[in-house]
Design a protein around this ligand. Structure first.
Ligand SMILES: [Fe+2]
Length: 201
């Protein structure tokens, strides 16, 4: 099934109240809307960028915790979207959005625990998957949004303050900088120029 941004927004709204907090829903809307602005500037599929942003964290409908008792939201969201007939070209974003450089260890919040649900499947998927430009864009926008758009640098400091600094933090920061540079190069200017308000927040 093709997923329009309208349908993706419906899925988000259906999930309201399911988890202990709905902050992730406002965050997801921010990621989709931010991605759409950059996609438009690059003549990419704006509605698909928005839809992917809206559903990237849909696995959090079943809980936003990080404990070992919770199915990680990436694989949880991927399996949920496939189960309701959403195509892989959309569902894949649930798996891909947290990991940079095709590496399950290149992630905020420390090296993932190997005991977690379907760890090997996710590790191998990330390694082999050829990221589309829109998937890369969602990775970037996830790093530019809390509940409002901000610079990636501000968001990364925010993540470090919330979760701490880990053995892979410098690796993740380095790859995040490369990712932003990739889009700056595509645009031919600093992408923050598309969001003048974030320079002052
Ligand atoms: Fe996210």
């Amino acid at each position: 099934m093709k997923l329009t941004s309208e349908k993706a927004l419906e899925l988000l709204n259906e999930a309201r109240g399911m988890a202990e907090s709905d902050y992730w829903i406002e965050h997801s809307i921010c990621v989709g809307n931010t991605a759409a602005v950059i996609a438009k500037a690059l003549n990419l599929d704006e509605d698909m960028a928005k839809a992917l942003g809206y559903i990237h964290d849909i696995g959090k409908r079943n809980g936003v915790g990080r404990g070992s008792d919770v199915v990680p939201h990436g694989i949880g969201g991927y399996e949920y979207l496939l189960s309701i007939g959403v195509g892989e070209e959309y569902a894949n974003i649930c798996l891909t959005h947290s990991y940079l450089n095709n590496d399950i260890n290149c992630v905020a919040g420390g090296i993932p625990n190997k005991d977690r649900y379907k760890y090997e499947f996710v590790r191998d998927f990330i390694k082999k998957h050829e990221y589309t430009v829109l998937e890369k864009l969602i990775n970037l926008c996830d790093l530019m949004c809390f509940q409002e758009t901000m610079t990636m640098e501000k968001r990364l400091i925010n993540l470090a303050l919330r979760y701490g600094v880990f053995s892979n933090t410098v690796y993740h920061l380095t790859e995040a900088q490369k990712l932003k540079q990739y889009f700056d190069d595509m645009l031919g200017y600093n992408l923050y120029k598309l969001f003048p308000e974030i320079l002052y927040n």
